[in-house]
Design a protein. Structure first.
Length: 95
């Protein structure tokens, strides 16, 4: 099951803010060609896959954790169809 939570902060200007948090499961193929505007961490809980970050390929497996900086185009692809990953993104003046 794929799900995400996007907190709503109306007009707040905070030094550090959780932008979103979520998880993705079996056969989730995620592509953000222009990246995100926030810092992103991805933690692989089970399965294997690949991260393509601006054309550079990184293998991922259970226990892998990656950081993707704002504006970095990326694609996540599970390699065996059985994959579970959790992610969170944050932003702010001190991020």
């Amino acid at each position: 099951m794929d799900r995400a939570i996007y907190p709503v902060v109306c007009g707040a200007k905070l030094p550090l803010m959780l932008e979103c948090i979520g998880e993705c499961g079996a056969a989730a193929h995620i592509s953000m060609k222009n990246g995100r505007s926030a810092h992103l961490f991805i933690i692989v809980h089970s399965g294997t896959g690949e991260l393509d970050a601006n054309g550079e390929i990184f293998p991922l497996k259970s226990g892998s954790m990656v950081y993707i900086s704002p504006g970095t185009g990326h694609t996540l692809v599970p390699s065996d169809g059985e994959w579970s990953a959790k992610w969170f993104a944050f932003c702010g003046d001190t991020a």
